[in-house]
Design a binder for this molecule. Structure first.
Ligand code: COA
Length: 249
C-alpha cells in the first residue's frame, strides 16, 4: 500500500493518517481506494473498536487532488472517491477525526460523516466547490442547511467562504475545538481508545439508530450530487478554474 496513507494499529484503534505533505495531503484516486478498503476491513474486523482519520499537525487535507480531477476525473459513481464516501457512510464502527490546518473540499465534507471530530481552533475549513465551477458533494447540500439553516449554509456552499475550527465546533460540525493540532490529535486518540471499554454491540446499534432515519435520503443525495459533480468536472467553468489553480504559480 502507498505510504501516502499510513496505517497504525494501537490495540483496538486503527489510525488512517493522510501523509502526502508535499501536496498538502491532497487525495488521489489511489489514496481514496486505500482509505475505502481500510474502512471496509475495519468494519468487519472484530478486533477493531474504532477508526481515527487524521493528517499532520499542519494540514488535514487540501481535498481532492486537482491534477487528478483534470487528468482522470471520476466518470461514474463506480470510482475511488465514491467508494471512499460509501465506505465511510456505511462504516458501523465509530469514526473519529483529528483535524489541524487546512481541511478543504472533501477534507471538510468527510467530517460531516465522522462520529466525533476534534479540531484545532485555528484550523481552516472551506468548501470552494462553486468557486471551482463544481457543486456540493458527499451529502453536504442535505446536511448543512439542516444543521446551520439555509442562510448560513449558503455562506459556506454558495459563496464558498472559509471558517475556522472554532466556528466548526460552535456550529456543531466539530465536537470540540482545541488549542493546537497536537491537542486535537491527543484528544481524538483518547476518545477513540475509550471505545475499547464500551460494549461494541451497544455502540454499533446506537450508531445505526442515529444514522437510520436519514440513511436512504443521504444515499440519494450523495448519488444526485455525485452525478452532477462528475458532469460539472467536464464543464468549461470547472476546467478553467481547476486549470487556473494548477497554473497559478
Ligand atoms: N490538489 C493538488 N495539489 C494541491 C492541492 C490540491 N487540492 N492543494 C495543494 N496542492 C499542492 C500545490 O499545487 C503545491 O504544489 P507545488 O509545490 O508542486 O506547486 C503544494 O500542494 C503546496 O500548496 P500551496 O498552495 O503552495 O500551499 P499553501 O500552504 O499556500 O496553501 C491550501 C494550502 C490547501 C490552502 C492551498 O493549497 C489550496 O487552497 N489548495 C486547493 C484546495 C482546493 O481547492 N481543494 C478543493 C478541491 S475540490
Amino acid at each position: 500500500m502507498t505510504n501516502a496513507i499510513q496505517f497504525e494499529r494501537e490495540r483496538g484503534l486503527l489510525t488512517l493518517r493522510l501523509n502526502r505533505p508535499d501536496k498538502k495531503n491532497a487525495l488521489t484516486r489511489a489514496m481514496y481506494s486505500h482509505l475505502a478498503e481500510a474502512l471496509k476491513q475495519a468494519d468487519i474486523d472484530p478486533q477493531i473498536n474504532a477508526v481515527l482519520i487524521t493528517g499532520s499537525a499542519e494540514c488535514f487535507t487540501a481535498g481532492n487532488d486537482i491534477a487528478d480531477f483534470l487528468e482522470q476525473p471520476p466518470t461514474s459513481l463506480d470510482s475511488p472517491v465514491f467508494h471512499f464516501m460509501l465506505s465511510l457512510l456505511e462504516c458501523r464502527k465509530p469514526v473519529i477525526a483529528a483535524v489541524a490546518g487546512a481541511a478543504v473540499g472533501i477534507g471538510t465534507t468527510m467530517l460531516l460523516h465522522c462520529d466525533l471530530v476534534y479540531i484545532s481552533a485555528d484550523a481552516r475549513l472551506r468548501m470552494p466547490f462553486v468557486n471551482l465551477g463544481l457543486c456540493p458533494e458527499f451529502g453536504s447540500s442535505l446536511i448543512l442547511p439542516r444543521l446551520l439553516g439555509q442562510a448560513k449554509a449558503a455562506q459556506l456552499l454558495l459563496l464558498g467562504e472559509g471558517f475556522s475550527g472554532e466556528q466548526a465546533a460552535a456550529w456543531g460540525i466539530a465536537t470540540q475545538a482545541l488549542d493546537s493540532g497536537e491537542a486535537a490529535l491527543a484528544k481524538a486518540r483518547e476518545m477513540a481508545l475509550r471505545f475499547e471499554s464500551l460494549p461494541p454491540e451497544a455502540v454499533r446499534i446506537s450508531k445505526q439508530l442515529m444514522k437510520a432515519p436519514d440513511r436512504e435520503l443521504m444515499r440519494k443525495a450523495i448519488e444526485e450530487e455525485g452525478e452532477l459533480f462528475t458532469q460539472r468536472l467536464r464543464s468549461p467553468e470547472a476546467i478553467a478554474a481547476l486549470t487556473g489553480f494548477i497554473n497559478r504559480k
